[in-house]
Design a protein. Structure first.
Length: 152
């Protein structure tokens, strides 16, 4: 089983969107039993809070449920347990590296590192543009799955 942890700052916008978009993609591809997918934040600011209403609304428009997700913080143990820990932006990646105590196993990546246009995914908490965030997340998730399937 391939274990994936998506990470952003607070675990209420981008990482939860990536978690549920990626889950939807693998479900549609018939790969549900081959993956365990979760998400976390690098900060403690939103711990216990639900998915941001903008993310929830965008996912609902797409017919994707985000259930009763509550924000959690990434831990050093997560680095040991997951095969891929995927950040949404360079700042997330730096904080993930700090929490993990490094990246000796090469598990830390940016989501759009797998796309043809490597870039950060803007935080919709600040931009208010959940549509653009979704487009970036979807692109990253699709390319990430192709990467995994090519390299298993």
């Amino acid at each position: 089983m391939i274990k994936v942890l998506f990470c952003c700052h607070g675990n209420i916008c981008r990482s939860t969107m990536a978690q549920y978009v990626f889950q939807d993609i693998i479900n549609k591809e018939g790969l549900t039993d081959e993956f365990y997918i979760n998400s976390a934040g690098t900060s403690r600011e939103e711990i216990g809070n639900g998915v941001h209403y903008g993310t929830r609304r965008k996912l609902k428009q797409l017919g994707i449920s985000c259930g009763n997700h509550k924000a959690v913080q990434m831990t050093q143990k997560d680095y040991e347990e997951y095969d891929y820990l995927i950040g949404m932006e360079k700042v997330n990646l730096r904080n993930m590296r700090r929490i993990a105590g490094g990246d000796e196993d090469g598990k830390l990546h940016l989501l759009l590192e797998f796309s043809d246009n490597i870039r950060d995914i803007a935080d919709p908490w600040y931009t208010g543009n959940f549509d653009q965030t979704y487009e970036d997340v979807k692109e990253g998730c699709e390319k990430f799955l192709k990467y995994i399937l090519r390299n298993r």
